[in-house]
Ligand binder design. Structure first.
Ligand SMILES: Cc1cc2nc3c(=O)[nH]c(=O)nc-3n(C[C@H](O)[C@H](O)[C@H](O)COP(=O)(O)OP(=O)(O)OC[C@H]3O[C@@H](n4cnc5c(N)ncnc54)[C@H](O)[C@@H]3O)c2cc1C
Length: 295
């Protein structure tokens, strides 16, 4: 299995981890330490984010190419349309392919800091569906994942329009939808139902970020629009930000969220691990994650 669509199936549960490229030497060492622990869970694949404005381009490939080389696990590079022409994206994908990176998480990307509206550049793309079409045409053997939004993308005028746009990405050749993080499974279930009603048949994989620090998660959630349920927030608020107590509350919540999603038959789970292993380790030990029967 090298392409991510093959991670999911009637007897396969796709467990995936998302990393980001560290900025410092200490960050690199931390990542190596935590990666070693994460790999004990035998993920179906590992992905690495692509910084705003393509700022981490080289480091993304370094990290994910390194994971591929060391662990021989399938990997995916995230890729955005921000600030790149088609020619530059083509060159990046060729380098990725040379490093045995067989998958792309194809995204539009966010506007650079301080700007509110995404602007495409001359010779570049305006929306992720254009990037998907480009990858599918020029690199037909690559697996392609795209982003989906259970709580609707912040810029979309309505959930229906956002779903129309998701359909464009699927029609352009996406293999898998990975969702933005969310904390109310009902949002995911309703999103999945609407996708199914529209005839979207590719795997729809929930993306989860276990809370380990209430203050940090509020920041992340305000950026991407994920709401935290009131009772969960109240429980977190009983403890100091970043304390052991918040960690325990967060792990328990993520374990319950995971267990409920598995019980509802999700094809896999994508964890935003943020280069750490402690919370995921606890969550995955607390729940029974379906195995891969055809190994
Ligand atoms: C799993 C996942 C991983 C991510 N990884 C990264 C990362 O590594 N680096 C990073 O910078 N960001 C990342 N993001 C964030 C992502 O870049 C932002 O959410 C961004 O604002 C939208 O990206 P998209 O690919 O969903 O865009 P699109 O699908 O292009 O959608 C963007 C907006 O435009 C609308 N739209 C889409 N297509 C059209 C169209 N053809 N015509 C009109 N309107 C349209 C949509 O409804 C939506 O409101 C990730 C998000 C997810 C869910």
């Amino acid at each position: 299995m090298l392409t991510i669509d093959q991670a999911y199936g009637p007897h396969k549960f796709g467990l995936s981890f998302e990393l980001f490229p560290p900025k410092t030497e200490v960050g690199v060492e931390n990542l190596q330490f935590h990666l070693e622990k994460l790999m004990q869970f035998r993920p179906s694949y590992v992905t690495c984010t692509y910084g705003a404005g393509g700022s981490t381009r080289d480091r993304t490939l370094e990290v994910i190419g390194g994971v591929r080389k060391k662990y021989q696990v399938p990997v995916a590079t995230h890729l955005t349309c921000v600030g790149s022409t088609a020619e530059e994206l083509r060159a990046y994908l060729r380098r990725a392919r040379d490093l045995e990176v067989h998958n792309v998480v194809a995204l539009r990307g966010d506007p650079p800091q301080g700007e509110t509206k995404f602007q495409s550049i001359a010779g570049g793309f305006s929306y992720a569906n254009e990037l998907v079409e480009f990858v599918r045409t020029e690199f037909p053997s690559l697996g392609i994942a795209v982003g989906g939004y259970p709580e609707t993308h912040l810029e979309a005028p309505s959930p229906q329009v956002d779903l129309d746009n998701l359909e464009r990405k699927v029609d352009a050749g996406a293999d898998v939808v990975i969702t933005q993080l969310f904390y109310d499974n009902n949002d995911f279930f309703s999103f999945r139902e609407q996708c199914t009603a529209r005839g979207i048949r590719i795997p729809i994989v929930p993306g989860l970020l276990p809370v380990t620090n209430g203050a940090q998660i509020q920041r992340i959630s305000s950026l991407c629009g994920a709401k935290l349920p009131g009772p969960f927030l109240a429980e977190l608020d009983r403890f100091e930000p970043g304390s052991e107590g918040q960690f325990e509350v967060g792990v328990e919540f993520a374990a319950q969220q995971t267990a409920d999603l598995i019980a509802a038959g999700v094809p896999g789970i994508h964890y935003y691990v943020l280069n750490k292993s402690e919370a995921i380790d606890r969550v995955l030990r607390a729940v029974e994650v379906p195995g891969n029967c055809d190994e």
